[in-house]
Design a protein around this ligand. Structure first.
Ligand SMILES: N[C@@H](CCC[C@H](N)C(=O)O)C(=O)O
Length: 287
């Protein structure tokens, strides 16, 4: 089939966005992977599919596929691209929409200045629900958070890193580093992503605290590798930093591809994500 798509990004986290309401889409993992492939396909960190909702009360259903072809629960930067896409394509006239995802309902809103704010829902903090297997581990308390030691096998040597575990619908392991630019993201990111204690794999965040309202963050994303920004990773990192007593809401997150702003009022409350979404080009591909 000839597939129409839109290439978009949010702070450099890039997407192929597909209207699955006016096109009949039933792709295999290999086809999603081809769309995400930067050499043989279009190229993207994630492919986002817009569908009619199957749940009452929602405006749309939002499905997310990582570049490796796997379907995942949530994508924060993608949710901003999503609301811009449905507005630009005339699929809605509303500036605020409710969107069904694999991880529950989220609510993105197009602001008058073109920025987009998303109610990402409340973070999940119980390790077993992240999911993280904490069996037999002794966590260290810091503020309201528990830091878990994760042992990494580095070519014969063993290194232990202290992580917070948070789910924003998708799983995150957040560690604090002194200098984010020097952090071993490429080396330890894949080891954390595939660590046996995360049965569904995990997104690995490396956060440098700059001030109580300001961090720098790099994320090695599950199913992709390091991306230029990660929306849910930013939410998870700020939640971990606030729980550790190191940050106060709101927090500016500097990612390599741009800036995001995160607000969180505490346990049981939703995390709010604000940032840009940009349409890059429209295309068609035979798939
Ligand atoms: N880039 C995303 C997260 C996309 C999904 C993630 N790689 C996962 O596998 O959970 C974001 O902006 O949140």
């Amino acid at each position: 089939m000839k597939l129409k798509f839109t290439k978009m990004h949010g702070a450099g986290n890039d997407f192929v966005v597909i209207d699955g309401i006016n096109q009949d889409i039933d792709f295999s993992a290999a086809q999603w992977q081809l769309l995400g492939d930067r050499r043989f396909g279009v190229g993207a960190d994630q492919i986002l599919l817009v569908e009619k909702p199957t749940e009452p009360g929602c405006d749309f259903r939002y499905r997310i596929f990582n570049a490796d072809g796997g379907e995942v629960e949530q994508c924060g930067n993608g949710s901003r691209a999503f609301v811009k896409f449905v507005a630009e394509k005339g699929l809605t006239t509303q500036r605020s929409i409710t969107v069904q995802t694999k991880a529950g309902v989220i609510a993105p809103r197009l602001e008058a200045d073109g920025s987009i704010t998303v109610d990402m829902g409340a973070p999940v903090l119980e390790p077993q629900r992240v999911p993280f297997d904490a069996d037999g581990l002794h966590g260290e308390r810091q503020g309201d958070d528990t830091l878990w030691p994760l042992v990494l096998e580095l070519g014969g040597a063993r290194e232990s890193v202290l992580i917070s575990v948070v789910s924003m619908g998708n799983p995150h392991a957040v560690q604090i580093v002194d200098d984010v630019d020097a952090a071993p993201v490429e080396l330890t990111g894949p080891l954390i992503e595939h660590h046996a204690r995360f049965p569904n794999r995990v997104n690995a965040g490396f956060m440098q605290i700059v001030g109580r309202h300001h961090v720098k963050l790099r994320v090695f994303e599950r199913g992709v590798g390091e991306t230029l920004a990660c929306g849910t990773g930013s939410c998870a990192a700020v939640v971990a930093g606030i729980r550790r007593g190191l940050l106060d809401s709101p927090v500016q997150v500097d990612a390599r591809g741009g800036q995001l702003s995160i607000s969180w009022a505490g346990v049981g409350q939703p995390v709010w994500l604000t940032g840009p979404a940009v349409t890059v080009f429209e295309g068609e591909i035979e798939i």
